[in-house]
Design a binder for this molecule. Sequence first.
Ligand code: PLP
Length: 448
Amino acid sequence: MGLQGTQTAQWFERARNVLVNGVSSGYRYSGDDDTLVISHGEGGYIWDMDGRRYLDFQCGWGTNILGHGDPDVAAAVAEAVTSCTSFAMTQQREVEAAEKVVSCLRWPERMRFTNTGAEATMHAIRLARGVTGRDLILKFEGTYHGAHDYVLFTTPGAPPGDLGSRRRPIPHQASSGIPEAIRTYIRTLPFNDVEQVEAFFEDHGHEVAAILAEPMLGNSFGILPEPGFLETLRRLCDEYSSVLIFDEVKTGFRIGLGGAVEAFGVIPDIGTYAKAIGNGLPVAAIAMNARMAAGLQAGGIFQGGTYSGNGVSAAAVHATLSKLETGEPFRRIEETGTALMEGLQKILDAKGVESKVVGKPAMFSIFMGEGTPREFRDAARHDHRLHAATVLGMIERGVMPCYDALEPWFLCAAHNAEDVAITLAAFEESLEETLARAGDIPALFDEA
Ligand code: PLP
């Protein structure tokens, strides 16, 4: 028996009759019995088709920073949708939103809007290649930068056994349908390994168009950069005239108004933003320094999109950032997130589970293994079955983080102290129950 009640099961059947596997994005499919269909969300909660309420710690994969249905964002969107969806010209809402993005982030010289994170990283890569006249991209193992061909290598789904040696990693192709030649343009290295990156640049630095990095591994437990790592990336890019791209699709406007740049103090040449920037609306941004802006302005490097900068998404950005820049949402998230991180760790310690709650209060994960993870390869030491079964027990109790610990918990400003108490109680009960039947965890979760 899975998570679906009667109504949800019927809706999933309807979904399967029209959508492949019943979903519009592959990540949303969790098996025929456990894929839920949601009716609506409000604040920190979502409801399935049976009216079951869940405390939502996925927040639309990190998008809903203010909570579902935030009234100010809803009002701005409703106003925009009646008069300014898409034009064949720059529009007022777009300019206002761009001013807000640049003033919140502080470091960029210029920016452009796109609609999704994948579009933003795709354009960022092209811009870096166009400016440098080079092809090679260096990315890190266990990062995800969107669904386009250039970056679908050694994503969080890669089997740890298929990565090759640390000194000579083999980029693991995440999908069929990617032309073989694309592989020649990508190199992957372990995160937080200064020595490997330096050695790689010594041999290939002059071929590298860009380092594309999630500054904190938002797709691998929320692993943090060790002191000096991001600084090394910056120094090498300066030394070899390569471009440093920080993919802040998850961290941007989430771990603070200034995202990872503010948190870790290293400034990239290009930053990509999405998710929290529009509180759930499809919108993204490519921010850039003067050198990159000059490259794009000079012409010859293409960036474009029919819906880029549309008025509805732009209105959502303006309304979201206007609330975020007051600092109040971040103060609330910091408080609830810290209470959750500490509370979860305390319960794990009391039950004797080797573990580490990793990340930042706005996005963190539970690593169930020895020590502190510092790179994707450490996923091999994580007890996926224990984690997934514990989360399943939480979902049955109405609390919903992602069952896969590589995907962090995402908090929103609507979560409060009562939600923390509910969550910790659900976690403790479920963990206890799971540990009691340790040898009997369903095989389904082998694949988690
Ligand atoms: N970059 C990062 C760091 C992400 O986590 C994601 C999606 O989760 C993307 C890019 C792709 O964003 P989108 O799904 O909007 O294309």
